[in-house]
Design a protein around this ligand. Structure first.
Ligand code: GLN
Length: 262
């Protein structure tokens, strides 16, 4: 017989939230009922989760859920786990279009679990929102996260929106260098959502090159990027964009860039 207390004392990684997950109880309820003896079914589910967590599987893939901005999202190993720094893109986008009545045609490129498109649509239900992703499996997750009308389209970057024009194009593309040692810590996440060639800029170059064909005059491009890529991205933008603004994330690292099409 094993009790909640036995597990809490074990010191296993994330044992308290995993107990919450298996027993469907809040952290406070778990502590209050620390004498509770788990059933054999609960024990086998908990031990399998503890083992996966110990092997490095991120908690979000075990719980299948991660909060982003004001909403909760389903996540699977087919999608990146939402990062807090990506909330910066939401703050910037909401500031660009403060007028709640003004229409906005938004495109989210490489939407993954759909966090950017869905959060912005939820904040501005009158916006017309499209989102693309190369991965059909990611799009399945994004669709399951959606409660309002968003057009999810399969294809590489602008491929599925060939003749369409937008007011705002947002993307959190892959931007890690393909040999970066940091990737060892991210081995459970889809590599295609993380890396973009030797310098991490392959996808950002494609987006900057093709975005002007899909933006009206003064249309906005908003990108998340790596902490050491800002200067190089400013250079790439200068030919076809102006009003370039750079942003730091909440850890004071260069993280986002906004520009307007000439
Ligand atoms: N932000 C991710 C990380 O640092 C990198 C990939 C991405 O989000 N585009 O782990």
């Amino acid at each position: 017989m094993k009790t909640v207390q036995d597990y809490l004392k074990s010191g296993a990684i994330d044992v308290a939230p995993l107990l919450s997950l298996v027993l469907q109880k809040s952290g406070a309820e778990i502590i209050l009922n620390h004498d509770y003896a788990l059933s054999s079914n609960e024990i086998s589910r908990l031990e399998s989760l503890l083992l996966k967590r110990q092997q490095g599987m991120p908690f979000a893939y075990l719980s299948g859920c991660r909060g982003f901005y004001h909403l909760d999202f389903k996540v699977t190993p087919d999608t990146l786990i939402p990062r807090p720094e990506t909330e910066l893109l939401i703050d910037i986008a909401l500031e660009i279009f403060p007028d709640k009545a003004k229409p906005c045609h938004l495109l989210d490129l490489g939407t993954g679990s759909g966090i950017i498109a869905i959060t912005l649509k939820d904040k501005n239900p009158h916006w017309q929102v499209s989102a693309t992703d190369f991965s059909n499996k990611a799009l399945e997750v994004a669709r399951s996260n959606t409660t309002s009308q968003i057009e999810f389209l399969q294809g590489s970057w602008f491929e599925p929106v060939i003749n369409q024009s937008f007011d705002l194009i947002v993307s959190n593309p892959p931007y890690i260098e393909e040999n970066d040692a940091y990737l060892d810590d991210l081995s459970f996440e889809p590599i295609c959502a993380l890396t973009a060639g030797k310098d991490g800029l392959d996808d950002i170059r494609i987006i900057i090159d093709q975005a002007p064909d899909h933006l009206g005059e003064n249309g906005f491009l908003l990108l998340e990027h790596g902490y050491d890529q800002q200067d190089r991205i400013v250079k790439l933008l200068k030919r076809k964009f102006n009003n370039i603004q750079t942003f730091k994330d909440y850890n004071y690292k260069d993280r986002a860039i906004l520009a307007q099409c000439k």
